[in-house]
Each structure stands twice: as C-alpha cells, then as structure tokens.
Design a protein around this ligand. Structure first.
Ligand SMILES: Cc1cc2nc3c(=O)[nH]c(=O)nc-3n(C[C@H](O)[C@H](O)[C@H](O)COP(=O)(O)OP(=O)(O)OC[C@H]3O[C@@H](n4cnc5c(N)ncnc54)[C@H](O)[C@@H]3O)c2cc1C
Length: 254
C-alpha cells in the first residue's frame, strides 16, 4: 500500500498491528466482557440483530429488542479521551520526503524513527521542486503560507524564474557534493551542501493514539502544505486499516 506524495516522495505501509476489535477488548478488560460485536445486538442473547425486521438473527432466540454494537463504546472512549485502548494498535510506515518535511516530522518526539544516513551512503540526487501552482498559492487564514514582510506580489513569470534558479542551485550543490565524494572528502562532510529540499527516507512507527495526534496537528490547515500531504496519506492508511476508529475520530474532530 503506497501513496505517492509531492514530486518524488511516498508514504508506504510497512505493517499494522491490532485492530478496532483489539481496542474494544483492551477497554473491556475492566469488566471482563471482551468484544461483543459491531452493529445492533440482540438484548436477549447478544447475537446480531436485524434492524429491518426488528428480530434477533438467531431463529431460536426470537429476541425483539436491540442494543447498540461496540461502535458505541468506541465512540465513548474517543469522545471522553479514554485514550489508552488506542495504544493497543499501531502502524509502521516508510516515508520518502524532503529533509525540510522531516525537520517538522521529527518534532513528534514520541514516534520511533530510523532514517537513511548520508554519513554512510550518499543521498540520491532527488530534490523537491514545488509546482508553479504551489508557489502561487496564498493561504488567507494560514500565516505559514504568507510571503515575507515587505516582499513584492509574486507573478507567474517571476515564480517560473525562481523555480529555474532553484533547479540550477540544486545542480550546483550536487556538483560540489559529488566532487567532494570523488576527491575523498569524508561522506559525513561531503554532504554539507545537501539542501533541505533533498529527499531522504525513514521508517516511522507509533501507536494509533500517537498517529491520530500527528494527523490532528499535521492535516490541519495551519500546518505547512507539504507535510499536510504526507499526513493526509497517513490518515488514508488509518481509515482503511482502522475504519471504525477513523469514523469516530473524523466525526469527533469535524
Ligand atoms: C502548525 C504547527 C506549527 C509549528 N511551529 C513550530 C515552530 O515554529 N517552532 C517549533 O520549534 N516547533 C513548531 N511546531 C512543532 C510543535 O511545537 C510540536 O513540537 C509538534 O507539533 C509535536 O507535537 P507534540 O509535542 O504534541 O508531539 P510529541 O513530541 O510526539 O509528544 C506527544 C505528547 O507527549 C507529551 N510530551 C512529549 N514530550 C514532552 C516533554 N518534553 N514534556 C512534556 N510533555 C511531553 C505531550 O503531551 C505531547 O503532546 C509546530 C507544529 C505545528 C503543528
């Protein structure tokens, strides 16, 4: 499961553990009742209940009254910040992103990381070049997308020229990097000209509670557009692998 992000990056699922059911089981440790099931339950026997005909699915039972399924408990846990059961599930992902994005990402100190190191292997010559549309976008409510104080109003022609300058500078910096490697400058110093637009790779791992906190902060309109694209890709993975948790999370944060 891989989602392409920006011009050379991606978010790829390595593995998940736990499930929506495991979260319920963990919460029910207090009563010893375990996971009861999703969807309406029969009040009499606890089996699935057919809401259309108002009867228990188990013919022998004949129950006619229903109780809500475990979605109700999941929502209760989330709404009341009873968050530890959400630590019983989680995911590990592989991410390829500009170093600039990793600078923001690594502020989430309670995730676990392993990143490619230019001390040991030269970083491939791949750099982030923002699209023209991205350069021209201004957020009205988002100070982080604002231009420097006193700057001119950017037009498309100047934005194109700036992009060309950026590509040229990337090329020049790569040239210095490669010459350093060629002449035997230690790899850990030859990397000095590597720009923050250079793509790097890492694995990041955390429990579901932590990932939801990450998505809350980084898919928000106040976060920089680039990390938001990565965060949205993480959110997509969570929505597919933990659909019931994602449902209560999305409603809760709407
Ligand atoms: C829009 C936006 C703008 C930002 N701008 C800046 C900026 O300009 N400069 C900047 O430096 N950072 C900035 N940050 C980073 C921000 O300050 C946080 O470091 C980052 O969002 C990680 O959040 P966190 O601390 O909750 O996550 P984690 O580090 O993963 O921590 C998770 C939780 O653990 C607890 N915790 C972890 N460490 C400690 C600790 N040492 N003491 C007490 N409790 C702890 C807290 O409850 C915390 O919420 C920005 C973040 C966002 C989303």
């Amino acid at each position: 499961m891989q989602t392409d992000v920006l011009d050379h990056g991606y978010v790829e699922l390595v593995e998940t553990w736990g499930s929506d059911e495991r979260i319920i089981q963990a919460a029910r440790m207090s009563t010893g009742k375990g996971f009861q099931g999703w969807g309406s339950r029969c009040k009499k026997c606890g089996h699935t209940f057919d809401d259309k005909i108002n009867r228990c699915d188990l013919i022998d039972c004949g129950g006619t009254e229903s109780a809500p399924g475990d979605e109700k408990l999941l929502k209760f846990l989330w709404d009341h910040k009873h968050a530890t059961p959400f630590e019983m599930a989680g995911l590990t992902i592989e991410v390829k992103a500009p170093i600039m994005v990793f600078r923001e990402w690594h502020r989430h100190r309670t995730q676990s990381y392993n990143e490619m190191s230019a001390r040991y292997t030269p970083l491939p010559d791949e750099n982030y070049v923002p699209s023209l549309e991205r350069l021209m976008t201004r957020g009205t409510a988002n100070k982080q997308a604002s231009a420097a104080a006193g700057s001119k109003v950017l037009d498309e022609e100047t934005a194109c020229a700036w992009r060309a300058d950026l590509v040229r500078v990337y090329r020049d910096l790569q040239d210095v990097y490669e010459r350093g490697l060629y002449w035997g400058v230690p790899k850990e110093l030859a990397r000095l000209p590597v720009p923050v637009g250079r793509y790097s790779k890492m694995r990041a791992s955390a429990n579901l509670r932590n990932w939801l906190a990450f998505v809350t902060l980084r898919s928000d309109g106040a976060a920089q557009w680039e990390i938001r694209q990565y965060s949205d890709a993480v959110g997509k993975i969570i929505s597919e692998k933990f659909p019931r948790t994602w449902a209560v999370y999305s409603v809760g944060s709407a």
